[in-house]
Write a protein that binds this ligand. Structure first.
Ligand SMILES: Cc1cc2nc3c(=O)[nH]c(=O)nc-3n(C[C@H](O)[C@H](O)[C@H](O)COP(=O)(O)O)c2cc1C
Length: 195
């Protein structure tokens, strides 16, 4: 039995995290944008992430010019900030000040990271593509920061403590219960050998 209907598709893939991306202007003033279009592209060799931004956003301009950004993954406690940062433009509002977020200096790029987010990625722009109603910025992740209390002894992030904001396109959600564990790739490793 087929109970399916078709619909005019819009933003078909879900969920994604709601992420906060920080860029800077020519004077070094930082700005933040909320992004749902944020994804892994290459996960180890190299670590590349993609973010898709509309040309009308102030952040589009800043990343195109300065070629660096940080990705910050907020916990659910920052929901209010995530929503507001996704409404106001840095052309009009200092969003670090308005949402009382702390800018910590990055080590390898000029845009700062956000202290209140448990995971922060320092990224250098490596590719830019016009793809449609958004444009794709690809960043190489030069460095990952994680809150010390959210890292296990083996160096893995403690997934149970990250509390990400899950975005489905209209609503924000908190993660539910864990229902399984990844057991690793069986047989031949698909990873290329390290040089
Ligand atoms: C949950 C959420 C997800 C969003 N995702 C994106 C996105 O992926 N790309 C984009 O260009 N704008 C996205 N926006 C809208 C921008 O965050 C918003 O236009 C912001 O005010 C732009 O800020 P700026 O002008 O300072 O760069 C999103 C907004 C929200 C609330």
């Amino acid at each position: 039995m087929n109970n399916k209907v078709t619909r005019n598709t819009y933003r078909p893939i879900f969920p994604t995290p709601a992420g906060l991306v920080v860029s800077i202007d020519a004077d070094g003033k930082p700005n933040i944008i909320t992004l749902g279009e944020i994804f892994n592209l290459s996960i180890r060799e190299p670590v590349w992430v993609g973010i898709a931004i509309r040309e009308s956003r102030y952040s589009w301009e800043l990343i195109k010019e300065q070629k660096e950004f940080t990705v910050n993954l907020p916990p659910t406690a920052l929901l209010n900030a995530v929503r507001g940062i996704g409404v106001y433009s840095g052309r009009d509002v200092d969003k670090f000040a308005k949402y009382k977020l702390t800018a910590l200096p990055s080590k390898l790029v000029k845009p700062p990271i956000i202290a209140e987010c448990p995971v922060n990625l320092e990224c250098k722009l490596v590719e830019f593509h016009h793809v449609g109603d958004h444009d794709l910025f690809i960043g190489e992740v030069l460095l990952e920061h994680v809150d010390a209390d959210k890292v296990q002894a083996n160096g893995e992030r403690d997934e149970s403590k990250l509390d990400p904001i899950v975005w489905l396109g209209r609503g924000f959600y908190k993660l539910g219960e864990k229902i399984g564990e990844y057991e690793g790739v069986k047989g031949i490793s698909r990873l290329p050998k390290s040089k």
